[in-house]
Write a protein that binds this ligand. Structure first.
Ligand code: AMP
Ligand code: GLY
Length: 432
């Protein structure tokens, strides 16, 4: 037996140590998935939430503190770090981890610019001929009346900053568009005005490294706070997968027109992209185009996508982090998943925090399917479960059909109480 074989066997015997960076529902879903892997012995989460504390070890380290995350990974002797949010990726967490030999799932800082700068992402798409909305760069030198009249209403205005989904305004109101444009130019020096794309949105999460890529089942988020897709934008109020709007033919077009050229481009860079590329699609009459890229798993898309991976999650993430995805392609179940977010009073404005959460948060698992709670903004005070954020938790159902998954998720959510909380009753409405 060669040295490599015996080392490999030793790692398997002792089990792998994985560090998950972040503390939302996405990270809880990743932690659950990783713990199902026979090769994993320990999962650590930083900072985590009350849900990850129950099944893994939390560390009070902020996701955005790159130096502290690197020190933690080193002290744990982590075999793999899985980075949830974009900010530490943009700030170079994967670069620092790779420099000390720790495999990191998530792109290096140059790759993370695809999310860090909408202007940069747009330029890459235009250079590669990837279908996306046209764009105008507006500055103090631009004739704004002429700019807003070029395509007319509705106006899509995007600040070129990481704003947690709050830097975009889509409006039919010319004055509101002009005001947001002017304010953004005043604070940032420039702003992007995009052509409006009509159609239905879907999220395609693509795992990629220089050896290959694989698109996970497409999902659909619900970004507006209220039923019927009304009201303010949020981080996402619920999701389901697979999303039927992404038909086989839409997926095939998205792969050939969007994913393939992007993968070829990213793989030709000096440091290749290793992580999840989130492709936000607009699908109009069967034709997909790109609304945005994110350089990480979506939240809440992950909560309905990771449970559909039937092969070993740790093997998959580690393979991507080490650039050998082509040899470790995942398999998927035929199940459907749906998740409903329970948001705190006030969300998406400043949320009321610190309220007790009560009810039956236990898992349901029988022949109809599974239902469980993904924690997000939760913590404990004196052993009592309390809300700590805007999106507090989500109830997720997994079953053989989407309607059964929905029933399980809403049933589970009805068993949980949080004063002042709100949720959408129509998650999955476009598919059902
Ligand atoms: P973004 O942060 O770029 O994903 O934009 C947030 C949301 O604004 C998207 O999920 C869409 O619902 C909407 N949006 C962004 N760009 C466009 C566009 N060009 N046309 C129509 N809607 C858009
Ligand atoms: N759910 C949208 C996102 O993760 O960006």
């Amino acid at each position: 037996m060669g040295l490599f074989m015996s080392l490999n066997r030793l790692t398997n015997l002792m089990g792998r140590t994985v560090l998950v960076v972040g503390g939302g529902g996405r990270e809880h879903a990743l932690t659950i998935g990783l713990l199902e892997s026979p090769s994993v012995s320990e999962v650590h989460v930083a900072p985590g939430n009350a849900g990850t504390a129950e099944i893994a070890t939390n560390h009070a380290v902020s996701a955005g503190d790159v130096d502290a995350q690197v020190a933690l990974a080193r002290s744990l002797n982590a075999d793999l770090v899985v980075v949830g949010p974009e900010a530490p990726l943009v700030a170079g967490l994967s670069d620092s981890l790779r420099a000390i030999g720790i495999p990191s799932f998530g792109p290096h800082s140059a790759g993370a610019m695809l999310e860090g700068s909408k202007d940069f992402a747009k330029q890459v798409m235009l250079d590669l001929g990837i279908p996306t909305a046209g764009v105008q760069h507006l500055t103090s030198a631009t004739d704004l009346d002429e700019a807003v009249d070029l395509w007319g209403a509705p106006w899509v205005v995007k600040r070129d900053v990481l704003a947690g989904g709050k830097g975009v305004v889509v409006t039919e109101d010319r004055d509101e568009a002009l005001e947001f444009i002017q304010n953004s130019i005043d604070t940032d020096g420039m702003v992007l005005l995009e052509e409006f794309l009509s159609g239905e949105e879907a999220s395609m999460l693509v795992m990629m490294d220089e050896s290959g890529y694989v698109a996970l089942p497409c999902s659909q988020d619900h970004k507006r706070v209220s039923e019927g897709d009304m009201g303010l934008n949020t981080g996402g109020m619920g999701a389901y997968a697979p999303a039927p709007v992404a038909t086989e033919s839409v997926r095939a077009r998205a792969i050939s027109e969007i994913v393939k050229p992007m993968h070829a481009h990213l793989s030709s860079q000096e440091i290749p992209y290793r992580g999840c590329l989130y492709v936000g699609l607009m699908i109009d009459d069967g034709a997909p185009s790109v609304v945005e890229y994110n350089v990480r798993f979506g939240d809440p898309e992950t909560q309905v996508t990771v449970p559909l991976i039937s092969s070993d999650l740790c093997e998959l993430l580690l393979a991507v982090a080490e650039g050998r995805l082509a040899d470790s392609m995942p398999t998927f179940s035929n199940n459907h998943a749906l998740t409903v977010v329970l948001a705190a009073e006030g969300y998406p404005g400043p949320p009321v925090k610190g309220r007790p959460i009560s009810g039956d948060l236990s898992n349901h698992d029988d022949s109809d399917g599974q239902a469980f709670i993904h924690h997000a903004g939760t913590g404990t005070i004196n052993n009592e479960l309390v809300s700590t954020g805007g999106r507090v938790l989500a109830a997720t159902g997994i079953a053989a059909s989407l309607s059964e998954a929905r029933e399980l998720a809403y049933q589970k959510l009805s068993e949980v109480q949080l004063e002042g909380a709100h949720f959408r009753r129509d998650i999955g409405h476009r598919a059902l």
